[in-house]
Design a protein around this ligand. Structure first.
Ligand SMILES: [Zn+2]
Length: 350
């Protein structure tokens, strides 16, 4: 027995056999250290680097390249939308700059629509007056704000905002019509108000046509800092801001703000299949020119830690030029975007 064991042993390598001995010391060290380094890198990527809540814009564009078209789902009053878009971006409003007759006409138009829709007002007035910078020898700022009580959560408010002011005329008297910026958002806002007065939302909805965005978000800042009702601000749970929602290239419309509120990504996922617009997530990280976080009226809400989403297109060749006019807008695409804003409001669960 003992001999048999001895024989068996002799067929195996000697106990001193070390398979790794054939490698040079630096190779052996690398083999041991490499998995440790790999695990460390993975942990850093997972827990320490900021997480991207959505793929890059170029990847999204690739995915949406051949997006199948669907039958448009449109409930908003298209006739009213086009009528308001045309009026606000017309000769009479003349660029809607504060302190001008054209601006006053725009205020009257928005007031008329909010009254027609029978929106409720705060403190018995749809107008929230404030003082801003001197523009055309005037300090006067006028937000136009109405609301509709929610059916299930009347004490929680969503603010839907769009600025109606623009930059008037150039030194030669040519009008900056501001059709996309932001007659487009304003006309959409008024149609949303009309619809939700007839068919109220689960949450209370505030419709805010903000003044003086172009001079530094003065109206939105005033609204957020000085709500009409002393107790309102803690109840504002969300802001949907509409600014330049027409003229997206290739039917693109950006939903900006997901980086700040990644839990809202479900809204984009849910709506992508319900619209012919191509919804892109982006322009909400990295700072600088391409980060829109501080570029429109959602910013004062963001500063107060109120979640927001911003709907807007990338700059077009007529941005802040006298050629940003009604005739340049593809009405079919624009109305699709308005109805997309409507569907976003239906999809929101906060
Ligand atoms: Zn704008």
């Amino acid at each position: 027995m003992a001999k048999a064991i001895e024989n068996t042993k002799s067929t195996f390598p000697s106990p001193r056999f070390k398979p790794w001995a054939r490698f040079k010391p630096w190779v052996r060290k690398t083999i041991i250290i490499l998995p440790v380094i790999t695990v460390a890198i993975l942990l850093i990527v997972k827990y320490l680097l900021p997480q991207q809540s959505y793929p890059s814009v170029s990847k999204q564009r690739k995915t949406l390249k051949n997006k199948p078209s669907i039958t448009p789902f449109r409930v908003l009053d298209s006739v009213q939308i086009v009528d308001d878009l045309k009026f606000l971006s017309g000769d009479s409003c003349a660029g809607r700059q504060p302190g001008t007759k054209g601006h006053r006409l725009a205020v009257n138009r928005i007031l008329m629509r909010m009254r027609q829709s029978a929106l409720d007002s705060f403190n018995s007035s749809l107008i929230q007056n404030f003082e801003g910078k001197i523009i055309n020898m005037s300090l006067k700022g006028q937000n136009i704000v109405g609301w509709v009580r929610g059916t299930a959560h009347p004490d929680k408010f969503i603010v839907i905002s769009a600025h109606y002011d623009h930059i008037g005329k150039d030194e030669n008297g040519n009008i900056f019509y501001g059709a996309s910026d932001n007659a487009s958002g304003s006309a959409c806002l008024l149609a949303l108000a009309k619809h939700f007065k007839q068919y109220p939302h689960a949450y209370s909805l505030i419709f805010a046509a903000f003044d003086r965005e172009e001079s530094g978000m003065e109206g939105a800042t005033y609204f957020v800092e000085n709500n009409s009702s002393d107790t309102l601000q803690p109840k504002i749970i969300f802001n949907l801001n509409l600014d330049m929602i027409a003229r997206g290239a290739d039917r693109e419309l950006f939903v900006s703000g997901i980086s700040h509120n990644p839990s809202l990504k479900y809204i984009v996922d849910e709506l992508q299949q319900k619209t012919n617009s191509k919804i892109l997530m982006g322009h909400d990280r990295g700072g600088g020119y391409h980060d829109w976080t501080d570029k429109s009226d959602h910013y004062p809400f963001y500063e107060k830690h109120i979640p927001f989403l911003y709907l807007g297109t990338e700059d077009h060749p007529d941005y802040h030029k006298t050629t940003d006019s009604f005739d340049k807008i593809d009405l079919n695409d624009y109305i699709e975007n308005c109805n997309l804003a409507f569907q976003m409001l239906l999809a929101i669960k906060l």
